[in-house]
Design a protein around this ligand. Structure first.
Ligand SMILES: *[C@@H]1O[C@H](CO)[C@@H](O)[C@H](O)[C@H]1NC(C)=O
Ligand SMILES: *[C@@H]1O[C@H](CO)[C@@H](O)[C@H](O)[C@H]1NC(C)=O
Length: 360
C-alpha cells in the first residue's frame, strides 16, 4: 500500500517537473530575439517610411496621466529593439564565444538587484549612474517618496537600503524572477569606462577606499610595470599603462582577479558582470543616451508614473574621444590590441565601434 502511494507521489513530482521544464522552454523560444527579429524589422521598416507614428492608446498598459504617445518614445523603442537584435547576433557569433558567454554564477547574481513589488531586476554596472537606479528602486520599495530625499549614505549601505540581491533567493525563486521580471542594465563605451574606473579608483578616489591604492595597485605594478627604475617606482602610483597591460593579460590576471575580490566589478567585462547572453534583458541602456534610455526603461517597465530618474547634469554622459586619445597616447599599439581583444565582446554586443583611431 505504502509503495503505491510512494510511486504515485514520485509520478506526481516527475509530472510537475516536466510541466515546469516545458513551460520554461516554450518561454525561452517565445522570448528568443532571433524569432522576434523578422517581425520587429518589418514593423520598424514600415514605421520608418511613415515617419513619426502615434501609437494607439492602450489604457491597460499606459497610465492615464500620459495621454498622448510622444513620437520620440516610439523611436526610442526602435533604437532599443535594434540594440537587442545586435546583442543577440553577437551572442550567436561563434568567434566571440569566449568573450560573450558566461555562466550565471553567484558573482552575477550578486550584481542583480530585485524589486519584487514591481517585478524588476537591475544589473549593477559601475560608472554609469547606477547609484541613481538604486535610489529609484528604494523609492519603488516604498522607503521614500522621491529619490531626492534618500541620504547618499543609505544608498550604498546594503544592510539598510532594503534592496535584495538576486543571489539571496533560492534557485527556484531566482529562475522565476529571471523568467518573468522586467530586466535591464546600462553600459557605456568600454574603453571610456576603463578610464573612468582607473581615475575613480587609482586617481583621486573620492570615496574612502584605500585598498585600491594600497593592496591592488602594488600587485599590478609588480607584475606589469615595464621598467622598475627608482624614479619610476611604485610610490608614484598605478599608471594607466600598467592598468592596460594588466587588463589585456587574459591568462595572467586570472589568479590576481581572484585575490582582488569584489573590486574587480569596476573593470571586468559587462558580459562577466551581467551575463547578457544567458539572461534575456528587456533593455540594455547606454550611458551616452541615458536621458532617453532612463525614460524608456521607466516606461517599458510600467513605473513611469511612480518614480522619476534624477536629473542628469548636462554633458556628463557624453562620449569624449579626446579623453580616450589622451589616456591612450603613451600606450603601445600591442597593448591596445591586447586590451581590445579582451573587451571586444563588449564592443560588439553593445554596438560600440572598435577604437581604430588608437591603432593608426
Ligand atoms: C563575429 O565577430 C567577429 C570578431 O571576432 C567579427 O569580425 C565578425 O564580423 C562577427 N560576425 C558577425 C556575423 O557579426
Ligand atoms: C574631454 O576630455 C578632455 C581631456 O580630458 C577635456 O580637457 C575636455 O574638457 C573634455 N571635453 C568635454 C566636452 O567634456
Amino acid at each position: 500500500m505504502r509503495h503505491h502511494f510512494l510511486l504515485l507521489g514520485a509520478c506526481g513530482w516527475v509530472l510537475l517537473v516536466l510541466i515546469f521544464v516545458s513551460r520554461f522552454f516554450s518561454f525561452r523560444t517565445f522570448d528568443d530575439y532571433a524569432e522576434r527579429t523578422g517581425q520587429s524589422w518589418t514593423i520598424a521598416g514600415s514605421k520608418m517610411k511613415a515617419g513619426p507614428v502615434t501609437v494607439p492608446e492602450k489604457p491597460a498598459v499606459r497610465p492615464s496621466h500620459q495621454p498622448s504617445a510622444d513620437p520620440r518614445e516610439t523611436d526610442w523603442e526602435l533604437v532599443s529593439d535594434r540594440r537587442n537584435e545586435r546583442l543577440s547576433a553577437a551572442c550567436r557569433n561563434a568567434s566571440l564565444g569566449g568573450l560573450t558567454h558566461v555562466s550565471i554564477t553567484k558573482f552575477v547574481l550578486d550584481r542583480i538587484f530585485v524589486c519584487d513589488k514591481h517585478k524588476l531586476l537591475f544589473c549593477q554596472t559601475p560608472k554609469v549612474g547606477n547609484t541613481q537606479w538604486k535610489k529609484v528602486f528604494i523609492v519603488l520599495n516604498g522607503g521614500f517618496s522621491t529619490v531626492e530625499e534618500i541620504p547618499e549614505s543609505l544608498v550604498h549601505d546594503h544592510e539598510k537600503n532594503g534592496l535584495p540581491r538576486l543571489s539571496s533567493f533560492t534557485p527556484q525563486e531566482i529562475t522565476l524572477r529571471l523568467n518573468t521580471y522586467f530586466k535591464f542594465f546600462i553600459v557605456r563605451d568600454p574603453f571610456e569606462r576603463l578610464i573612468s574606473a582607473f581615475k575613480d579608483k587609482f586617481g583621486k578616489n573620492p570615496r574612502f577606499e584605500p585598498w585600491y591604492k594600497h593592496d591592488i595597485a602594488p600587485v599590478i605594478i609588480r607584475k606589469y610595470r615595464k621598467s622598475h627604475r627608482d624614479s619610476d617606482s611604485a610610490a608614484s602610483g598605478l599608471h594607466f599603462e600598467d592598468f592596460v597591460r594588466y587588463l589585456g593579460d587574459a591568462e595572467g590576471r586570472r589568479h590576481l582577479d581572484q585575490k582582488f575580490g569584489e573590486s574587480i566589478i569596476h573593470w571586468v567585462t559587462y558580459a562577466e558582470l551581467c551575463a547578457p547572453c544567458e539572461i534575456r534583458y528587456n533593455v540594455v541602456g547606454h550611458h551616452e543616451t541615458l536621458e532617453q534610455d532612463a525614460r524608456h526603461i521607466l516606461r517599458a517597465a510600467g513605473i513611469e508614473g511612480l518614480v522619476s530618474y534624477p536629473a542628469i547634469p548636462p554633458g556628463i554622459t557624453r562620449y569624449n574621444r579626446s579623453k580616450v586619445e589622451h589616456y591612450f597616447s603613451g600606450i603601445s599599439k600591442r597593448d591596445v590590441r591586447r586590451l581590445y581583444a579582451r573587451y571586444q565582446g563588449d564592443f560588439h554586443m553593445f554596438g560600440y565601434s572598435s577604437p581604430d583611431f588608437l591603432l593608426q
